[in-house]
Design a protein around this ligand. Structure first.
Ligand SMILES: [Zn+2]
Ligand SMILES: [Zn+2]
Length: 375
């Protein structure tokens, strides 16, 4: 099986420059993003391939290794690849931002940053909110912890900021591995390509290079937010060595309601109706998101019949109007009958005459036909 090259995956030429590659990646990532293709495993696979291709081609060092040795040259490179570290994550978040219209406000202030950081400056958190909070919007206080580069060791994790040349790679950041006739260069697994290692661990951060700091932020959750929506809170992410702070991305999980079922901006409501109500037709009260509505059952309303109430659904999170409320009928029958009820029903049935036995007129000709087959 011929595997597509990273250039083919992004549909760029092998001489494409950084801007072209970035543009191609954004277009592809948007197209195949799982949020836009729910349940589509092929799109998910392509999305992963695009990320992989972009992570390599956007990094000059990795790209040149790839150009010379192909994918094999890159494998086993330690912390260099995989995961959304460094630049890769930043670029992904700006894609998300465009997709969700950036309703965190304040436009993009993305800069070239994070290249020298030990961890991504952007921070992702989940938040559970109730059905009602999602529909009407709310202010939510979020307590969380972010990473702050350790001042004592200047983020190095080393006591007194003292680092020594990496013993594994001699400060090159790269090690060379011989495989058969070929020699491959790999990111040094000991220093992750930094070329240096910690002499003694910093006591303040236990060698991590960062401390965890408590923070609280009040999030204005817009009305109409749905599960898996992400909201950017500017400047509440991790703090790096340069003391610039990344952004916080909050992904929402909306709890289900006992009465209403939400589907996008539409709300579904199952309405139990007793069979006599459905036959006679009647106006009944049903709950809506804002109070109650009159549902006019027509004479002879059928089971699963749907009644649409325009604009009684959820307000669109981007301000594009409102969804509908859809009331679906669920016919209910008596579970038992007393003698009087039984007599009344028999009487009722008899009063309809032939109409009460629709199967007889429907199957009359069929009975004759079938008998004819065996003569
Ligand atoms: Zn420290
Ligand atoms: Zn090293």
């Amino acid at each position: 099986m011929d595997e597509l090259s990273y250039y083919e995956i992004l549909e760029v030429t092998t001489s494409a420059d950084k801007t072209t590659i970035k543009k191609a990646y954004r277009t592809k990532a948007k197209k195949y993003h799982p949020d836009k293709n729910p349940g589509d495993s092929e799109a998910e696979h392509k999305f992963k391939l695009c990320n992989e291709a972009y992570q390599v081609l956007s990094d000059e060092k990795q790209r040149s290794v790839y150009d010379r040795y192909g994918k094999e040259g890159l494998q086993g490179g330690g912390g260099g690849r995989g995961g959304f570290s460094g630049g890769g994550f930043d670029d992904l978040s700006s894609v998300f931002e465009e997709m969700f219209g950036g309703f965190g406000g304040g436009g993009s202030r993305r800069q070239q940053r994070g290249a020298q950081e030990k961890y991504p400056l952007d921070l992702g958190l989940n938040m559970e909110i109730s059905f009602k909070e999602a529909i009407f919007g709310c202010d939510k206080e979020l307590d969380f912890k972010y990473k702050d580069s350790c001042g004592t060791c200047k983020g190095t994790g080393a006591k007194g900021g003292k680092v020594k040349t990496c013993s594994q790679c001699g400060g090159q950041g790269q090690v060379y591995v011989k495989q058969g006739f070929m020699t491959f260069s790999q990111t040094c697994p000991v220093c992750n390509g930094e070329g240096s290692e910690v002499a003694d661990k910093c006591g303040d951060c236990k060698g991590q290079g960062f401390n965890e700091v408590k923070d609280t932020v009040t999030i204005k959750v817009p009305a109409g937010i749905d599960s898996e929506n992400r909201l950017r809170v500017s400047g509440h992410g991790n703090k790096g060595k340069s003391s610039s702070r990344g952004d916080l991305y909050v992904t929402f999980q909306v709890a289900e309601d006992e009465t209403f079922i939400r589907h996008g901006n539409d709300i579904y409501l199952e309405v139990p109706v007793f069979f006599t109500q459905a036959v006679l037709g009647e106006t009944i009260k049903i709950p809506s998101l804002t109070g109650e509505l009159d549902l006019e059952l027509s004479q002879g309303t059928k089971d699963k019949a749907q009644f649409n109430f325009r604009n009684e659904g959820v307000a669109d999170v981007h301000g594009h109007g409102k969804g509908d409320l859809v009331a679906q009928i669920k016919l209910a029958y008596p579970s038992s009958l007393n003698t009087e009820q039984k007599e009344l029903l028999v009487k009722l049935q008899e009063s309809f005459g032939l109409e009460s036995k629709p199967h007889e007129s429907t199957f009359e000709s069929a009975f004759d036909k079938v008998k004819g087959w065996f003569k």
